[in-house]
Design a protein around this ligand. Structure first.
Ligand SMILES: Cc1cc2nc3c(=O)[nH]c(=O)nc-3n(C[C@H](O)[C@H](O)[C@H](O)COP(=O)(O)O)c2cc1C
Length: 164
């Protein structure tokens, strides 16, 4: 069975909650485990077909913790060739969420990953470069994150040449 890991940073729980939602969508199709930055099971991640990174938006960017993890730990995980995705949470509608997603996707490309938005031909819910949820009412973004997880898992299966 294909495997996916969701690795997130979260100080007040919003981005962790979003990881739960994404995993619900993936679970319909692939094996999935979620990890906070502090408890990543590196052996599991190395065997994964896809890895999704999640971060709160800090100063219109990703968190320093996630950036440090990407620079120091991610290169040890053999991520080249795996499917990569990214999602964020934010407090303000123009708070810089897409910038944070782009930085994570760019870093994934530097590591040799194939990046996936979860959008395009799938239609609604519309996703452009990755899903974004607001911290005030993260529950309202549940369906968006579940749909993203399902689309990501379908892409993993498609790359593996398997029907789902
Ligand atoms: C230091 C700091 C900087 C932040 N900067 C932004 C920001 O630039 N834009 C924004 O929309 N939200 C900003 N936020 C709000 C968080 O992105 C938002 O509350 C997020 O959902 C928190 O995620 P968490 O509950 O997983 O920690 C900031 C929060 C903190 C603590």
């Amino acid at each position: 069975m294909q495997k996916v890991a969701i690795i997130y940073d979260s100080k007040t729980g919003t981005t962790a909650k979003a990881a739960e939602y994404v995993s619900k969508g993936i679970k319909e199709i692939c094996e999935v485990r979620t990890f906070s930055l502090a408890d990543v099971d590196t052996d599991y991640v190395k065997t994964c077909d896809g890895v999704i990174l999640g971060s709160p938006t800090y100063f219109a960017s990703l968190t320093a913790n996630m950036k440090t993890w990407m620079e120091t730990e991610a290169p040890k995980l053999g991520l080249a060739g795996k499917l990569g995705g990214a999602y964020v949470t934010e407090q303000y509608i123009h708070g810089g969420a897409e910038n944070a997603i782009q930085i994570m996707l760019t870093h994934e490309m530097v590591l040799g990953m194939m990046v996936y938005s979860g959008g395009g031909s799938h239609g609604t819910p519309v996703i452009h470069i990755g899903p974004v949820g607001m911290s005030q009412n993260i529950e309202d973004f549940r369906d968006l994150f579940v749909a993203y997880g399902k689309r990501f898992a379908m892409q993993v299966m498609s790359i593996a040449g398997k029907d789902n």
